[in-house]
Design a protein around this ligand. Structure first.
Ligand code: ADP
Length: 290
């Protein structure tokens, strides 16, 4: 499969996930002793950018980290994955963080603070030029929506393909929907955006263990069955799928959805989000074994 020429710009969020494990969550005012702690780079934008790069695309990330230690680590995490961070901004104040508490029953509580992600309120000339020069722009909804809309408008006007993973679900303007060439949605998003998705040219629905389904406004559709894998942790499978899909989109919907479906399945076989994203060699081996 030859898609090395695809250039992808991801405009989105980048967070540090602070994961604390504890037998039992504290009541208000109470202190308990936890059993573990880890810092894990995350954010849908960063995860999807890493997934696209591991699939072999040339990827540029647009977004912001804070001027704290997390910002430094997040920037190098992207760079080590082969993502171009030349346009990643460093802004005053904290990086985006997600504070996650996982209790002994596996139940979690999460507080997300947007931090630097909330500061991406406009696009610079260099960022607009990067969008115009790319083959494909990929956005999610974890940064200010007006910025997403400005990026999709500019991409459409420049002939750059616009892909969106509209998550977390929130209302989007008709103008933004009109810019979208490709939407990647899970079951929940598919149900919540059902009317709007009818107007999108290419829609890919992820179906968890059942794989993924494609339909186009010209009437073509197909389903790819889920990969048979030993599931360890499904966190990040959707991000692995989306990045892999966008990286290979130029090969055509069927080849790209098949590729992304293998990437999504492999991502469930390891713990974590960004750490579980497979590279091109692993995806090729999994497809060859089918
Ligand atoms: P999300 O995590 O965003 O809700 P899904 O659960 O639909 O998204 O998973 C995204 C993709 O990851 C699926 O389309 C599939 O390719 C892969 N995947 C997820 N769960 C499994 C599983 N249990 N077995 C095989 N593949 C899976």
């Amino acid at each position: 499969m030859d898609f090395a020429a695809s250039t992808v710009v991801v405009l989105g969020s980048i967070n540090m996930d602070l994961v604390t494990t504890t037998a039992r969550r504290p009541a208000p005012g109470e202190t308990v002793l936890g059993s573990g702690f880890a810092t894990v780079p995350g954010g849908k934008g960063a995860n999807q950018a890493i997934a696209a790069a591991r699939s072999g695309a040339q990827v540029r990330f647009l977004g912001a980290v804070g001027d704290d230690a997390f910002g430094t680590t997040l920037r190098s995490t992207l760079a080590e994955a082969g993502v171009d961070t030349a346009l990643l901004r460093t802004v005053d104040g904290p990086s985006g963080v997600a504070t996650i508490v996982v209790d002994g029953t596996g139940e979690n509580s999460i507080i997300v603070v947007a931090g630097a992600n909330g500061r991406v309120t406009d696009l610079t000339e260099d960022e607009l030029a990067a969008i115009a020069a790319a083959d494909i722009l990929l956005c999610q909804l974890e940064i200010p929506l007006d910025t997403v809309a400005a990026a999709t408008r500019h991409a459409r006007a420049s002939g750059t393909i616009v892909a969106i993973n509209p998550s977390p679900v929130q209302p989007l303007s008709d103008a933004l929907w009109a810019d979208i060439d490709l939407a990647i949605v899970n079951s929940l998003e598919s149900a919540r955006y059902s009317a709007e998705l009818n107007r999108v040219r290419h829609v890919v629905r992820t179906l968890g263990r059942d794989g993924a389904a494609y339909r186009s406004s010209d009437g073509s559709e197909f389903t790819v069955a889920g990969g048979r894998v030993g599931v360890v942790d499904t966190t990040g499978a959707g991000d692995a799928f989306t990045g892999a899909l966008v990286a290979t989109w130029a090969t055509g919907p069927h080849a790209a959805v098949t590729w992304a479906n293998a990437a999504g399945a492999l991502a469930t076989t390891r713990l974590g989000a960004s750490s579980s994203i497979p590279d091109r060699a692993r995806i090729e081996r999994a497809l060859a074994a089918d």
